[in-house]
Structure formats: C-alpha cells, structure tokens
Design a protein around this ligand. Structure first.
Ligand code: 13P
Length: 276
C-alpha cells in the first residue's frame, strides 16, 4: 500500500529499526522485494535509479514499480534515487513516485542546500531525502570505490534546517558499489550528526557493510538503508544457475520464478538485519 515517506521513516524510527530501500531495475526484482517484505510484515522502499529512469524504458518502469508498491500488503513507496535534475524529479513525482533523493552532493554546500530547498518547495507533499558530504561510487556501476567527503555534523544541522529535507544521507566512510577495502565507518561522526539533526538518517552503500555495523548504524539514528549491488549480484547468480534448465523447453516462467525466489532470499536476509 502506498504510504508517505515520512510516515514509513517515523514508524521505523519508533521501532528502533530501518526501512530497506532496494534498487529495482525491473519488475521481477520489485516483486521479489515486495514478496520478502510482505512475508516479514516490514515496510519497504523500491528505488528507481536515475540512470534507469532516464533510459527510454525508464518512464515505463517507474509506474510499473508504483503499481507493485501499491499492491503490496505492507507500507511501500517508490523513490527516484540520486537525482539532480528538477525536470526528472517532476516527471517521477507525476508518475507516482512518493519520494526523491535530491542529490546536490557534488555541489558546494550552499548550492546543494538551495537545490534541496527548491525541491522541497516544488513538492511539499513528497518525501525529500538529501545528501551532505559525498558518497563515492556509481549508483548504476558496482566498481570498487573509496570513501568520499564526509558529512560535517555542524553543517548537517544547518543544512537540514535550511532545506526542510525529510531524511539525510550521511557519508561516514560508506561508498556505493564494492568496497575497495573493508569499510571502517566513522561512528563518532554518525553519533555527532544524529545528536545535531532531528530528521531520520539514511545509510547508502549498504552492500558489503557487515551486518553488525548496519545494526550499529541503526542504533545511532539510521532509519533507511539503501541496497543495490548485493541484489544485482544475487540476480545474476540466480540467472546463471537457472539458465541451463530454462533453455531446455524455453521455460521463461520457471526462470522468472527462480529469480523472484533468489532475490527475495537476499532481501529477506537484509531485512532481518534492519529489524532492530
Ligand atoms: P550499494 O550498491 O552499495 O548497495 O548502494 C546502494 C545505494 O546506496 C543506492 O542509493
């Protein structure tokens, strides 16, 4: 059931848990994500990457993800992830996205704040997530990355007050894609940001972060955890395993069912870590 972003985050915060936000490049993945969330009774977010929304078929994918989220028997919504283009933001919201990740993190902080405040003003009802500091790595390419510019706690307090964002993505040593070396998250920084900022925090680049660290991040104010790379890995492994059997008899339905099961298992494992 489509549910406002703020409501989902506040419920998770009150439960001492985090909502899982999973990148879906197709409807098969979205069905797997929702099925896993329904089995646990957990809320869930379906992420559409900017790259897929920009593609020729992306304008069709996002409404399809919205339909899957709407049918879900748990609170759900679709968020356009990491977008710095207001026309794309308007198009995604018009297509039914309930939230956007207004990513001005490559800009100087004052420009980032002005961009996010502008998105807030354009879309008062939508969920608006912002990023301060910069999380390195590609959202659509799972290459190894090093930590980027870290979030400054004092700046974060001013930034949230100025922008009116609903959720703040922190850069504390986390990266998108694969970790070039085992992640060492800056716990003191996360604690300081959480002390100074009253909106829920989000942790991007959760693929490859040990479960114990994800749980620790949740205990320090993280209420939303983004996962992409681990799902793609599982999807491709499942596809490889299912292909030989599917070729014989062109069993596409069976191949699809195997993909849903495999991806759902990966989502279930992650959701169990986020339960608090
Ligand atoms: P990973 O690909 O590292 O899981 O990151 C996902 C993400 O943060 C999407 O915004």
């Amino acid at each position: 059931m489509l549910t406002p972003f703020r409501e989902i985050l506040e419920e998770r915060r009150a439960a001492g848990a985090a909502v899982g936000a999973f990148t879906c490049y197709d409807v098969t993945t979205a069905i797997a994500v929702v099925r896993a969330a329904e089995a646990r009774g957990d809320p869930v977010l379906l992420l559409a990457s900017e790259g897929s929304f920009r593609s020729s078929w992306g304008r069709l994918l996002l409404p399809a993800l919205v339909a899957v989220a709407d049918e879900a028997r748990v609170p759900a919504l679709v968020q356009l992830d990491h977008v710095d283009d207001v026309e794309l933001i308007d198009a995604a919201l018009a297509a039914g996205a309930g939230a956007v990740m207004a990513d001005g993190s490559k800009l100087p902080t004052s420009d980032n704040a002005a961009f996010v405040a502008g998105v807030r003003a354009r879309a008062p009802e939508a969920g608006v997530e912002a990023e301060l500091g910069h999380i390195e790595g590609g959202e659509d390419v799972a290459a190894a990355a090093e930590a980027g510019a870290l979030t400054d706690p004092d700046e974060a307090a001013r930034f949230v007050a100025e922008t009116g964002c609903d959720c703040l993505a922190v850069s504390i040593g986390n990266v998108h894609g694969k970790y070039a070396r085992p992640p060492e998250l800056d716990w003191d920084r996360l604690r300081a940001v959480d002390d100074r900022v009253d909106v829920p925090l989000s942790l991007h680049g959760a693929s490859g972060i040990p479960d114990v660290d994800v749980r620790r991040a949740i205990s320090l104010g993280v209420c939303k955890v983004n996962v992409n790379t681990e799902l793609r890995e599982r999807y491709l492994a499942q596809l490889e395993a299912g292909l030989p059997g599917a070729r014989d008899g062109l069993r596409l339905l069976e191949l699809g069912a195997g993909l849903v099961d495999g991806v759902a298992q990966a989502v279930t494992a992650k959701l169990s870590v986020l339960a608090g």
